[in-house]
Ligand binder design. Structure first.
Ligand code: S3P
Length: 432
């Protein structure tokens, strides 16, 4: 599908984001292995989270999904099977486009007394899995992959031993895979991070009754653990909100409120970067739901200074960098960053995708092996751009299209459904 985006003067009104994708995956997986029923409200409608639910059903977990309440939010009811209740899947488990599904669920499958085969779509089949194979093998699982540590994965689960693991790359998915496996191993499984990454797994585990300890960059979980089913509420997705924040800031006549956004500090680094650059963003109605910070954001058009992003911000901004790079064209000093080689192994090579599309829209960009440098004060012109089948690239360039002169055509725009079905409708309804 080709999606056309027309230029706009501002983004206005009040919006809500879909439920957080990262948190929805975790609540679904943890509810499945908990004792007793769970109810997950505002579950993400993302196709990726649908992949997690499909895999859990294939493992014998009973789920009921429906739209409820005045906001027609998605509610998922999960009949937890407990720590020994998963069943061998009758066919391959399909993670679709979702790295989170494959990496995190592998942590649970590593401990099961059965064999599973995990597959994914063409993009996921190119993504690195050695990063979970290494620690899970050290814990005692036997995992085979295609060449180069790529999917499909054949997982021969069994009894696991607790380990201490120093992550070679900052990755919340890998950290989570090891912690989930640790739930099934006797003793404390410890993970040491090179830089802080999103801590939704730790928060959810604590909330559901696991024994979790955190000291600096080390987190440990004590197994064998028994989780208790619960009523859970998923905050709005900050990474989805990032596109609305960027559009509202970069357009000259915006006044936008985004309600009920997850503001966990390990996710909201975008605010820490943008506010000192001059972004007019106010946080309102702060609250906590099942251990996660949540609030409303009021965003107004702003002149942004830009500059070089300090490297320590990169892991906390990893999903927001494509959008930030596009917004960089509208900043006085432009934007540059390095230390982001991980972007090359996401749903697409996001450094290349951003650089190519920005050039198509007339911007000057320099690409390095691990970063980008974007000149400031650049006017974009409408062009035909590629999504590369990557949801975040499609959404970043939809916002680029609002900034541009003339219409922009986004190819393979249906990719947005991976994290945000209804994105284009919501964006165009509030763009004026
Ligand atoms: C995620 C972690 C990040 C992020 C991804 C979701 C998670 O991936 O890019 O969109 O839910 O834990 P990595 O763990 O590969 O950094």
């Amino acid at each position: 599908m080709i999606q056309q985006v027309n230029p706009a003067r501002g983004l206005n009104g009040t919006v809500r984001m879909p439920g957080d994708k990262s948190i929805s995956h975790r609540y679904a997986m943890l509810s499945a292995i908990a004792e007793g029923p769970s109810e997950i409200r505002f579950f993400s409608p993302a196709a990726d989270c649908g992949s997690t639910l499909g895999c859990l059903e294939a493992l014998g977990v009973t789920l009921h999904c429906g739209l409820e309440g005045e906001n027609q939010e998605m509610v998922v009811r999960v009949e937890g099977v407990g720590s020994t209740g998963l069943k061998p899947p009758a066919a391959d488990l399909d993670a679709g486009n979702s790295g989170s599904t494959m990496r995190m669920l592998s942590g649970i499958l590593a401990a099961q007394p059965f064999h599973s085969r995990f597959t994914g779509d063409a993009s996921l089949s190119r993504r690195p899995m050695q990063r979970i194979i290494d620690p899970l093998s050290r814990m005692g699982a036997r995992i085979r992959s295609a060449e180069g540590g790529r999917p499909p994965l054949e997982i021969e689960g069994g009894p696991l031993r607790a380990i201490r693991y120093e992550l070679p790359v900052a990755s919340a998915q890998v950290k989570s895979a090891v912690l989930l496996a640790g739930l099934f191993a006797a003793g404390a499984t410890e993970v040491v991070e090179p830089a802080p990454t999103r801590d939704h797994t730790e928060i959810a585990l604590e909330h559901l009754g696991a024994d979790v300890e955190r000291h600096g960059r080390t987190v440990s979980v004590r197994g064998p653990a028994s989780l208790k089913g619960s009523k859970l509420y998923v905050p709005g997705d900050f990474s989805s909100a990032a596109f609305f924040i960027a559009a509202a800031l970069g357009l000259p006549e915006s006044n936008l409120v985004i309600q009920n956004v997850g503001l966990n500090p390990t996710r909201a680094a975008l605010l820490d970067v943008l506010v000192p650059m001059g972004a007019r963003i106010k946080v309102l109605n702060l609250d906590t739901v099942n251990g996660e910070l949540i609030g409303d954001l009021h965003v107004e058009s702003s002149a942004l200074e830009g500059g070089e992003l300090p490297a320590e911000f990169v892991p906390g901004l990893i999903d927001e960098l494509p959008m930030l790079a596009v917004l960089g064209t509208q900043m006085t000093r432009g934007l540059s960053f390095s230390g982001a080689a991980e972007l090359r192994v996401k749903e697409s090579d996001r450094l290349r995708a951003v650089a190519d599309n920005l050039r198509r829209m007339g911007a000057a960009v320099e690409e390095s092996p691990d970063g980008l440098s974007i000149g400031g004060g650049q006017s974009l012109h409408g062009a035909e751009v590629e999504s590369y089948g990557d949801h975040r690239i499609a959404m970043a360039f939809a916002v680029g299209g609002l900034f541009a002169e003339g219409a922009t055509q986004i190819k393979d725009a249906e990719a947005v459904a991976v994290s945000f079905p209804g994105f284009f409708e919501l964006l165009t309804r509030h763009a004026e």
